[in-house]
Ligand binder design. Structure first.
Ligand code: NAD
Length: 500
């Protein structure tokens, strides 16, 4: 029987008459059904999270114990890696090649990392003595209150734990809203937090549509901060919404990563790396390297190799370990990608390989796009400027390093970028000139809990992960404790005469 998942609010599992059907994007088979929340559930979750925060049970739990709960959840989740990786593949079509190591493995590592750094985080520090008032200065880093975390379907678990780990270790309450296509691992995660003894109301998971449920949550007066991963369009609307209340916001948005192959690069490695950069997670990754910049002098050699290597990529069942590229998340998204091919052709680009849905009986169900490479692309074309979100690589040529850097930086986005070259100093110089939150040299998708993830320009605001990941979930309070006695030395004596 198909499993039915409930929402988690105030430590209770809540059902609704209305339900989502989660269907595999590869087979269209029913994977699970899920309760479908409404704005009234947001009100209930905000009330529960506020009560939990004010009551203070979790917030006043010693940090080492909060970290221990997070560690326990990481351990429980890690022990279920194989089962959860398969569930993730069935739900959003990411291949089991990466759902184990990346989706689950990196998420577990991220939770363990935040638990490990929490005891030494500077929750309370004192600074130099404050003269001439002889005050002691203390800085306390306090939780914000109720955090709303809204995440997408493509890498739901990692994008969620980047928020859940630091928010909870800092003592906040949290309301998580998964994407309607991919809530299952996040509901499984809530079950593990419940089992690990997290008090009711501290973590709530609401399954509901982006509009109205997500929009109602991100605009709720009871929410102190919104942590969002998703499209740039929705990120902008959240930022606008937050203007009235000066709510805290962090945003992880879209990208159009520039991947620069230098003329001294190991071309075989760079070609495989370019396909990995663009096509991993079925090309549905915000940090994908979707614009490949190659030296005009080596164009034909690189394009020929790209086409040959792309032909070796196996498209198919995401649960088969031999598969490199699984399905696209939905029919609507597949159609959007096909439309981009038409637009690109109209603007003068040439489809060198792919450019359609794969043929054959195994593709009769589900939503598919062949790995696609477009050449004769210029950086003003829509295919080079807009996020396509599929296994679609555009190739641009450059003449000289300055032009490579200029093309790479000529974009509204700035999440990821990459450089391939054998001269380390030269590759590093290019990396320093690229406008992006993350630049990888001779690799791609290098994501590690101890390093920040996030973008510049319209790719986002703030960073997740790294030693400063917790900073985004605390407010600094400065306390000045004046021990000087008397009022002679105090600044207020300037306007108020000392008595007598
Ligand atoms: P989306 O913005 O439509 O949806 C993301 C989440 O926001 C979902 O939970 C959705 O229900 C919710 N949502 C939708 N409308 C909303 C609204 N008006 N108010 C509040 N919440 C709303 O994103 P998508 O297109 O489904 O996901 C893909 C996008 O996510 C891509 O642009 C990709 O680049 C981006 N992404 C970014 C990162 C990153 O870390 N930078 C990671 C993964 C995905």
């Amino acid at each position: 029987m198909t499993r039915h998942y409930l929402m988690y609010i105030d430590g209770q599992w809540i059902d609704t008459d209305d339900r989502y059907e989660i269907r595999s994007p590869a087979s269209e088979e029913l994977v699970a059904t899920v309760a479908k929340g409404a704005t009234s559930h947001v009100d209930a979750a905000v009330a529960a999270a506020t009560h939990a925060f004010e009551e203070g049970k979790w917030r006043h739990t010693p940090v080492a114990e909060r970290a221990a709960v997070i560690n326990e959840v990481a351990q429980r989740f890690g022990a279920r890696t194989e089962e959860l990786a398969a569930l993730q593949s069935a739900e959003n079509g990411a291949t089991v090649r990466i759902t184990g190591a990346l989706h689950v493995g990196l998420s577990v590592a991220q939770l363990q990392y935040v638990a490990a750094i929490a005891p030494s985080y500077p929750w309370e520090t004192s600074g130099p003595p404050i003269e001439p008032v002889a005050a002691e200065g203390i800085v306390v880093r306090e939780p914000l209150g109720v955090v709303a975390a809204i995440v997408p379907w493509n890498i739901p678990l990692l994008t969620a734990v980047w928020k859940i780990g630091p928010a909870l270790v800092a003592g906040n309450s949290l309301i998580l809203k998964p994407d309607e296509h991919a809530p299952l691992l996040l509901l499984e995660l809530a079950r593990e937090f419940e089992a690990a003894g997290l008090p009711p109301g501290v973590l709530n998971v609401i399954t509901g549509d982006g509009d109205p449920v997500g929009a109602y949550l991100s605009g709720h007066a009871g929410v102190a901060k919104v942590a969002f991963t998703g499209s740039t369009a929705v990120g902008k609307s959240i930022l606008r919404q937050s203007g009235d209340s000066i709510r805290r916001v962090t945003l992880e948005l879209g990208g159009k990563g520039a991947n620069v192959i230098l003329d001294d690069a190991d071309i075989d490695m760079a070609v495989d790396g370019a396909l990995f950069a663009c096509m991993a997670n079925n090309g549905q990754a915000c940090e994908a390297g979707t614009r490949l910049l190659i030296p005009e002098s080596r164009r034909d050699e690189i394009v020929d190799k790209l086409i040959a290597r792309a032909a070796t990529l196996r498209v198919g069942d995401p649960l088969d370990p031999a598969t490199h590229i699984g399905p696209i998340i939905s029919a609507a998204q597949r159609d959007r990608i096909l439309e981009y091919f038409q637009i690109a052709a109209q603007e003068g680009a040439t489809i060198a390989v792919g450019g359609r849905a794969p043929q054959g009986p195994e593709f009769a169900k589900g939503y598919w796009i062949e790995p696609t490479i477009l050449v004769d692309v210029t950086n003003d074309m829509r295919i080079a400027r807009e996020e396509v979100f599929g296994p679609v690589l555009v190739v641009l040529t450059y003449d000289g390093l300055d032009e490579a850097v200029a093309i790479a930086n000529d974009t509204n986005y700035g999440l990821s970028a990459g450089v391939w070259g054998s001269n380390e100093a030269r590759a590093l110089e290019v990396a320093r000139r690229l406008q992006a939150g993350m630049v990888w040299i001779n690799n791609w998708h290098v994501i590690h809990p101890a390093y920040p993830f996030g973008g510049v320009k319209q790719s986002g605001l703030g960073r997740e992960g790294g030693p400063h990941g917790i900073d985004e979930y605390v407010e600094e309070k400065f306390i000045a404790l004046d021990r000087s006695g008397g009022i002679e030395n105090k600044a207020f004596a300037i306007v108020i005469d000392p008595a007598g």
